[in-house]
Design a protein. Structure first.
Length: 159
C-alpha cells in the first residue's frame, strides 16, 4: 500500500434542485464564499486556477486545478490537480427524491513534503481532516442554496 495515495468518495444529500446545486459547484471561484476551508481560488484562465485549502490541521494545501470536463446536461465536473495534491476530483449531481444527491470522488497522491513524512502515523488524522472539511462544505452549500445564493448569475468559471 502506498500511504501517500488517497481515494475519497463523499455523498451529500442536498435539499435543492440538481440544476441549482450544479450551478454552484460549477463556479469554484465562489467556493470561499460558502466553504470555509476553501480559503481562496484564483482563476488563471478559462479552464484553470489555483486554490488554497485549510481544514482543522495546521497546514495549507496549494493546488493548481485544470478542468478536464464540465457537462451541464449530465451535471458532472472533473478537474485534474497538481501541487501539494496530484490527481483528479469529480463532482456528480443527480436528482434524489425532490432534492439532489451529490457525489464527490477524489483520487490523489499527497506531494506536500511534511504530509509525506507523516504518511503512516498521520493517515487517520488526514482522513478525519478531509471528512470534517467535506461535512463543512455540505453545510455551507445547503445554507447558500436555502438563502437563494445559488442562483446562476453569470458565466460559470470552469476550474
Amino acid at each position: 500500500m502506498d500511504w501517500c495515495h488517497y481515494r475519497f468518495t463523499t455523498v451529500w444529500d442536498v435539499p435543492a434542485p440538481p440544476e441549482d446545486v450544479y450551478a454552484v459547484l460549477a463556479r469554484p471561484e465562489e467556493y470561499p464564499r460558502w466553504w470555509p476551508q476553501v480559503r481562496e481560488v484564483t482563476p488563471l484562465d478559462d479552464v484553470s486556477g489555483t486554490a488554497r485549502f485549510r481544514s482543522v490541521l495546521p497546514y495549507d494545501l496549494f493546488v493548481t486545478l485544470r478542468s478536464v470536463s464540465s457537462d451541464p446536461a449530465r451535471r458532472t465536473i472533473e478537474a485534474a490537480m497538481t501541487g501539494d495534491l496530484a490527481g483528479r476530483a469529480r463532482w456528480s449531481v443527480r436528482e434524489n427524491g425532490g432534492g439532489s444527491r451529490v457525489v464527490y470522488e477524489q483520487r490523489v497522491e499527497v506531494r506536500k513534503p511534511l504530509m509525506r513524512r507523516l504518511a503512516v502515523p498521520g493517515r487517520p488524522l488526514f482522513r478525519a481532516n478531509h471528512a470534517l472539511m467535506m461535512r463543512s462544505g455540505r453545510r455551507g452549500l445547503v445554507a447558500l442554496l436555502k438563502a437563494g445564493g445559488g442562483r446562476p448569475g453569470g458565466g460559470a468559471q470552469r476550474v
